[in-house]
Design a protein around this ligand. Structure first.
Ligand code: AMP
Length: 422
């Protein structure tokens, strides 16, 4: 038997109800923040991703050569495709341009719970606004997206790459050293970081200070250490404004400053952030993003850019782990013709009800009332409409409330009004 490929999943109708719910909830939040939806292809030229992430990314890609000899790859993320699309088609749009997306991504990862080879991301980019208010709004959007979807416990951690680079500069660390240190910082492996800092020639005392600053929740500690570095001082004021707006204007109070959120050295600039759902354990990172520079690298005219991506599948897992009650997808009405002669009349009623926006199905197997009621119960129908000859003579049908089992005869003309009230 052929099975689903490793790291991919089928979604049954029951699972799709949850996914549809989440997509709708997220779309509503993105729209409420003035973002518009965008869609790009599932595959791109491989250089798009190597330009952004370097050649090392090739090991993670589903890359292939097509019949025309083109080097292509299934997209591992959507920021580079969206920026490519912006450069090709949207550079003349009024700024800031705010776009959001949902899309499947593909990575040749080692599959485990919450980590798949095909997964979905929801995300957004804001192009042409580098102000603290744009940054604070982006943080508030990421937070609201998950909160409005129904998540109870999430942690927003905010870092800043400019400040981390200033810290490195003060410790006289060259670019190659920084690259070695970054993965330890990113993974919070501070013991390994200590050893690596020593290997880079950083003194014991400076190492202690560095570790403290990477974990301090207080901007003033960082200001103290970086005093005299004008770039860092400017960035510290920007961060202060961002956090002030986030807390007091956007009313997002539940966040932590964490310089150890570093994401990527070459690509991100300034503020970066992540949101975790602790309920998920190992693969708990739901969202990551920040300010980045990609437009010039891909041949466009530089403007400030920021964005984030949310792991859609992990958000579903987190909602399930928190026992979130997803809205049920129920059939509104199931119509049962009691004999073959009733079928045309039953279909007319079905079509009339469908035209009003109700979800309606009917017995196409002529199974009789008993089996039809069982089927309707399995499909969680609200109401069953039984179309029988005696009632039909009086332009009536029988209505059965599937929650209570109560039945009543009703004129077909009154059916609509009755069902609308339910
Ligand atoms: P990234 O583009 O790596 O920053 O990922 C953004 C978000 O996508 C992460 O925070 C995860 O929630 C999610 N994600 C990344 N890789 C995977 C994967 N292999 N399977 C499921 N979700 C993923």
């Amino acid at each position: 038997m052929v099975q689903v490929p490793r790291g991919t999943r089928d979604f049954t109708p029951e699972e799709m109800v949850k996914r549809q719910y989440l997509e709708q909830a997220m779309t509503a939040t993105f729209s409420s923040f003035g973002y518009q939806q965008i869609q790009t292809p599932s595959f791109e030229h491989v250089e798009l991703f190597t330009a952004k992430s370097g050649d090392a990314i090739i090991n993670e890609l589903y890359a292939f050569t097509d019949k025309g000899g083109r080097q292509l790859a299934l997209r591992p993320e959507l920021t580079a495709p969206v920026i490519r699309c912006y450069i090709e088609r949207l550079q003349m749009e009024p700024k800031p341009l705010k776009v959001f997306y949902f899309g499947n991504c593909y990575r040749y990862d080692r599959p485990q719970k919450g980590r798949y080879r095909e997964f979905q991301q929801a995300g957004c980019e804001i192009i042409g606004a580098g102000t603290p208010e744009a940054a604070a709004e982006l943080l508030a959007l990421a937070y609201s997206l998950l909160q409005n979807a129904g998540l109870q416990t999430i942690h927003l951690n905010i870092g800043n790459l400019t400040l981390v680079k200033s810290l490195f500069k003060k410790l006289r660390l060259v670019h190659d050293d920084q690259k070695t240190l970054l993965p330890f910082i990113d993974k919070g492996q501070f013991e390994d970081l200590k050893v690596a800092l020593r290997d880079c020639g950083v003194s014991e005392q400076e190492t202690t200070t560095c570790l403290q600053l990477l974990q301090t929740p207080d901007l003033s500690d960082i200001r103290e250490f970086l005093r005299g570095d004008t770039e860092a001082e400017k960035e510290l004021s920007v961060m202060e404004t961002i956090l002030e707006l986030l807390q007091n204007a956007f009313a997002v109070k539940d966040y932590s400053l964490k310089l150890s959120i570093v994401r990527g050295l070459d690509y991100y600039t300034g503020m970066v952030f992540e949101i975790d759902a602790p309920v998920l354990g190992a693969e708990k990172q739901l969202c990551g993003g920040g300010f980045y520079e990609l437009i010039p690298l891909l041949g466009g005219t530089a403007v400030p850019t920021a964005g984030f991506a949310v792991g859609f599948d992990r958000t579903i897992l987190a909602l399930e782990a928190e026992h979130f009650v997803f809205p049920a997808s129920r059939l509104d009405v199931y119509v049962v013709p009691v004999n073959p002669e009733m079928v045309p009349q039953a279909i007319q009623i079905v079509q009339q009800l469908r035209s009003t926006g109700l979800s309606v199905d009917f017995d196409v197997l002529q199974r009789g009332i008993g089996k039809s009621l069982k089927y309707a119960a399995a499909k969680q129908a609200h109401t069953v409409v039984i179309v029988g000859p005696k009632e039909l003579e009086n332009n009536s049908v029988t209505l059965r409330d599937m929650d209570t089992g109560a039945q009543q005869t009703m004129a077909i003309s009154a059916l609509q009004t009755m069902l609308d009230k339910k």
